[in-house]
Design a protein around this ligand. Structure first.
Ligand SMILES: Nc1ncnc2c1ncn2[C@@H]1O[C@H](COP(=O)(O)OP(=O)(O)O)[C@@H](O)[C@H]1O
Ligand SMILES: Nc1ccn([C@H]2C[C@H](O)[C@@H](COP(=O)(O)OP(=O)(O)O)O2)c(=O)n1
Length: 226
């Protein structure tokens, strides 16, 4: 079983997808973490992020290990544990440059599909990102587009970052500017064919996990019947 969760920044994809995977005993893949890890590595190597060929080469050479255990997430890049480092604002500010590099996308999509395939014998996986339903796993049994209005998404991200550590302008850059840049390569603002839209603006995290878990059980039952 594959559950795809796509949507804009701060809509709750990561926390919701992790919660659904824990509840249903599935694996979990945060594809954004793969783009963040390449960004970290390109910066670590002192590459010019505006040099698409050099960055794509780095993506192909990077040794990347990503946990699919929803209760124990980690990312290891070329032997270094970058789980925390990839969440730093300097990475969030630059990651869209890497995510809009089409050769990087090609390489990371190949790796993401390998992770998804490897999870099938153990029951399945919840995968979250921007292009899961439309590109990475078009055969997903359940496709969710998770949205929330812009103010809610900015408030959530603001609450998550240490109080006073980012200005309103930086927060806007992390949410609004980044979504605009990311939307040039992936369609995550309107639901693709067969996708269910869930607006989480007025729902708690638990409520969103409940809705997706219920839809997943229905999709699984329908699959068994067919
Ligand atoms: N439905 C919700 N209501 C309130 N806060 C939420 C909800 N879903 C997620 N959050 C919180 O919002 C923040 C951003 O969520 P996250 O899962 O990182 O979003 P995304 O992966 O879409 O960027 C986190 O601090 C998370 O706990
Ligand atoms: N499948 C994906 C996942 C993420 N991306 C891009 C979009 C984002 O700018 C970065 C980081 O994604 P991530 O989901 O970690 O971002 P946020 O949780 O919204 O801060 O990667 C993508 O282009 N395709």
């Amino acid at each position: 079983m594959i559950i795809a969760v796509d949507g804009p920044s701060g809509s709750g994809k990561s926390s919701t997808a992790r919660g659904v995977a824990s509840r249903l005993g599935l694996r979990f893949l945060d594809t954004g973490a793969t783009y963040r890890a390449v960004t970290w590595s390109a910066m670590e190597h002192g590459l010019d992020l505006d040099d698409p060929a050099a960055v794509a080469e780095r993506a192909r050479e990077l040794r990347l290990e990503i946990s699919t255990d929803p209760t124990r997430q980690f990312v290891i890049a070329d032997g270094t544990d970058v789980t925390t480092a990839i969440r730093e604002p300097r990475i969030s500010e630059s990651v869209s440059k890497i995510a809009t590099n089409l050769d990087v996308r090609k390489e990371l999509i190949r790796r993401q599909r390998a992770v998804i395939d490897a999870a099938q014998p153990s029951g399945g996986i919840v995968v979250e990102g921007r292009d899961i339903a439309t590109v990475v796993a078009t055969d997903a049994e359940l496709k969710v587009l998770l949205t929330a209005d812009q103010d809610a998404r900015m408030a959530r991200r603001g609450a998550e970052l240490a109080a006073g550590s980012v200005t309103a302008e930086q927060l806007r850059d992390q949410i609004v500017r980044r979504d605009a840049d990311d939307a040039t390569v992936s369609e995550f603002q309107v639901a693709s064919d067969g996708a269910v839209t869930i607006d989480s603006t007025h729902l708690s995290l638990e409520e969103v996990i409940d809705v997706i878990s219920r839809l997943a059980k229905e999709a699984e039952a329908a699959r068994r019947e067919s």
